[in-house]
Design a binder for this molecule. Structure first.
Ligand code: CP
Length: 325
């Protein structure tokens, strides 16, 4: 693997810097300083979450709607916990039991909800661009909780926070991202954020699951899992998106063959003693990694989940007008 960066310091926030973002639609619109600033604020929220009473009243006068058109466990619960721990009024919308089932459009849904006076919207949707579309429909701050295969910015922020926790800084960290690169919104946000903060990124997976010109995003591509695991500080395994395999396209011959070539195994942990394992979840045990690997002490997957609450508190705080916790 070639050297992509050798400066080991974290991104510095210049004096006079002000966080001026109104929304979080993706990390493409955020500068390195914006990203680092969110991570810096999240350190304070992480400390608050470790207190006996992990609550602060910073969003006491805010009303937030969580608008989920796609399934979610981690992102949805994490956002809701973050909002409640900051004292916000929280409304949950689930498309499956809403008037969307009677044919109501997204625009009408959001305009109706907006007329009930809301300050922020967290949205997950299967279509790329939905978060951006909502900024044109309502005045509230919009946070993208995953839009199709486009971006999942809070996942990447919590991933970078976790990398910073175990590696000291994101800059100079060697990250191997392994799996279904083509269909992943997590990888897109991570590549954008990790490169802005100066990490080295190598993508690994079957050729059919790696887009042709992805190296234009400043990453390298490898088809050799052993080489990647020997090189990296952190292996971030991505979910094989089974629901997309059902559309009739075969991206690899079988799950068994995928696991054989690209699954992380206990034998890798023994042979390569340095790397840690991340996964955004949900995990397909026995596919992306052996079950014992997911539960291994070198897996920091549940740290990612815990950190997600602090990171989401930080971005909610900043987008509600907070400056420095
Ligand atoms: N990582 C992630 O987005 O998980 P959920 O789909 O459960 O929210």
């Amino acid at each position: 693997m070639s050297e992509q960066s050798n400066n080991k310091n974290s991104t510095q926030i210049p004096s006079g810097y002000e966080f001026s973002q109104k929304h979080l639609l993706g990390l493409a619109n955020y500068s390195a300083e914006d990203i680092q600033y969110v991570l810096d604020q999240a350190v304070s929220f992480r400390e608050i979450l470790d207190r006996p009473v992990p609550k602060v009243p910073t969003l006491r006068d805010k009303t937030i709607v969580n608008l989920f058109y796609e399934n979610s466990t981690r992102t949805r619960l994490s956002f809701e916990l973050a909002q409640r721990r900051m004292g916000a009024d929280v409304v949950n919308f689930t498309s499956g039991i809403s008037s969307a089932k009677k044919g109501e459009s997204l625009k009408d849904t959001i305009r109706n909800i907006s007329s009930m006076k809301i300050d922020m919207v967290v949205v997950r949707h299967e279509s790329p661009g939905v978060a951006h579309f909502l900024t044109q429909c309502v005045d509230a701050a919009i946070l993208n909780a995953g839009d199709g295969a486009h971006e999942h910015p809070t996942q990447a922020l919590l991933d970078m926070f976790t990398i910073q926790q175990v590696h000291g800084s994101v800059r100079s960290a060697k990250i191997a991202i392994v799996g279904d690169i083509t269909h992943s919104r997590v990888v897109r946000s991570n590549i954008i954020g990790l490169k802005k903060l100066g990490a080295e990124v190598v993508l690994c997976g079957p050729k059919t699951l790696i887009p042709k010109f992805i190296n234009q995003m400043g990453v390298e591509v490898s088809y050799n899992l052993d080489e990647c695991l020997q090189w990296c500080d952190i292996a971030m395994a991505l979910r094989i998106q089974l629901e997309r395999q059902d559309r009739g396209t075969k991206f690899f011959p079988s799950m068994r063959e995928y696991h054989e070539n690209f699954g992380i195994k206990l034998s890798h942990l023994n042979r390569f003693p340095n790397f840690k394992i991340m996964h955004p979840g949900p995990i397909n045990r026995g596919v992306e990694m052996e079950s014992e690997v997911a539960d291994h002490e070198r897996a920091i997957i549940l740290d990612q989940v815990s950190n997600g609450v602090a990171v989401r508190m930080a971005i909610l705080y900043l987008l509600s007008g907070g400056t420095r916790i």
